[in-house]
Design a protein around this ligand. Structure first.
Ligand code: C2G
Length: 143
């Protein structure tokens, strides 16, 4: 008897300055099942990660919701919520980029844990560095 249950995927992140690395992660995560839930880090939680996002949680949520691979966005408020989220949403596969390789294996008793390779040469911090450099160069040119 084939299972009719949809395969639900979940992933977590800040998704600031939405870029191709985020898109490729969400596209490949969604391809593992039928439904993708994305937990987007709240601003307060980002602060605890030592990250200050350019865009507010509301704006980052709106942008991620607009991505065609995403079915639902929920807030990420702390490190501890993952297990409860997985159970509450009947998640089959937990997915993260492999910069997190091994860090979430403790969830393997409630769902499959899968790490996807990161997209090279792109990150929110690289974008910020590039913009800072361009700003410095244009200020120097005007001096
Ligand atoms: N990512 C990627 N390739 C990149 C950049 C990011 O595949 N070039 C992936 C990351 O591995 C992560 C996701 O995109 O799976 C979101 O990345 P961030 O927004 O940087 O999220 P992060 O700060 O890692 O937060 O509880 C987990 C945390 O919320 C993860």
């Amino acid at each position: 008897m084939r299972s009719t249950k949809e395969t639900t995927i979940i992933t977590y992140g800040t998704f600031d300055l939405f870029h191709v690395g985020h898109v490729q992660l969400l596209k490949r995560a969604r391809a593992l099942g039928d439904r993708l839930i994305v937990a987007v880090s709240k601003d307060e939680f980002n602060a605890s990660k030592g990250k200050s996002a350019y865009s507010s949680y509301e704006d980052r949520k709106t942008i991620v919701e607009a991505c065609k691979y995403v079915d639902l966005v929920i807030p990420e408020e702390n490190w501890e919520q993952k297990r409860a989220d997985i159970i509450a949403h009947s998640v089959d596969i937990f997915v993260m980029g492999d910069d997190w390789e091994g860090k979430f294996d403790f969830l393997a008793d409630v769902c499959r844990v899968h790490y996807l390779s990161r997209t090279p040469d792109i990150s929110s911090s690289l974008i910020k560095q590039h913009l800072d450099k361009s700003k410095t160069e244009s200020e120097a040119a005007l001096a």
